[in-house]
Design a protein around this ligand. Sequence first.
Ligand code: SAH
Length: 350
Amino acid sequence: MTIVETIADRHDITPQELAQILTANDDTLLKELFATARRVCDEVYGKRVFMRGLVEMTSYCRNDCLYCGLRRSNEQAVRYRLTPDEIEQCCDKGYRLGFRTFVLQGGEDGWFTDDRLVPLIARLRQRFADCAITLSLGERTEESYRKLFQAGANRYLLRHETANAAHYSRLHPPEMSFDNRMQCLRQLREIGYQVGCGFMVGSPWQTVETLYEDLQFIRSFRPHMVGIGPFIPASGTPLADHKAGSVDTTLRLLSLIRLIHPQVLLPATTALGTLHPQGRELGIMAGANVVMPNLSPTEHRKDYSIYDNKLCTGHEAAECRGCLDQRIRSTGNELTTDRGDSLIPTSQGN
Ligand code: SAH
């Protein structure tokens, strides 16, 4: 058996195999890796790529993550906050374009208390009964996660960022804790959300060993979704002068995640598309099956600047939809309006 067949067969990888895959300079091996991951994805989900409409609802953040352009101490960051009505209008526009999943993402903005979010989510749940509502609002209390779930949210994205506690503490300020991040993920799953974790590829101080821990964490946690994309330096942050992560390494890791956790929903991220003109297409061909175009109002897009030179900041939602249609078709797959729920059961059994 080849190394790729071994990994696909075991749904597991050893540290040695990971090092071998990440350093391989062998076109035949890489072709086999990407093609096998794509085939596994086809077997599980078919040649369909799910789309999620991203609404970047606030650029205010109380946190100070060293890598993120929205960190509170970045004085260059322009802050904006959409009103609940504006958020609803973004979803409206998205619905007309065929989106059946809305991802409400933002910095950890104290304005969005449960008392403001619950009515917003309840309203979206009522208006868009056939849609999934995904939240990506960072760390909140268990009680808050529960209220938002009861109001009608179905999914939650919270990247673990790194599964190595020492690495985590180098990327975050002292008041943030690895244990709390992990506890949030467990709580979200327990409440019944479809949960997404994930990490940046090529974040400063990442090593093959920390990546191995990320893959082992994914194997044991078995999340419904995993978001990975290259680290891209953000100006005005302490990591602004670090080098960006690599597209090529990201593609290899996308394939490996597909092989060790075949049922996962795996986006070809905007960060991947930012570093390479065909980054998202390459991601799909390496085993990804989700894209997350932007539904945020054009006038605010450039201000949701988690990293520099982000893709599509000057475009309209409809343009992004049309452009992605073409791009996905070029990979031999089809963009679908299906809600695209995970095949992995939630802890509520639905
Ligand atoms: N506040 C929310 C959303 C954060 S932005 C939360 O805490 O979950 C979503 C993701 O963007 C982050 O989890 C992080 O992995 C990624 N990100 C942040 N800064 C980045 C950078 N400079 N390059 C690439 N990805 C970055």
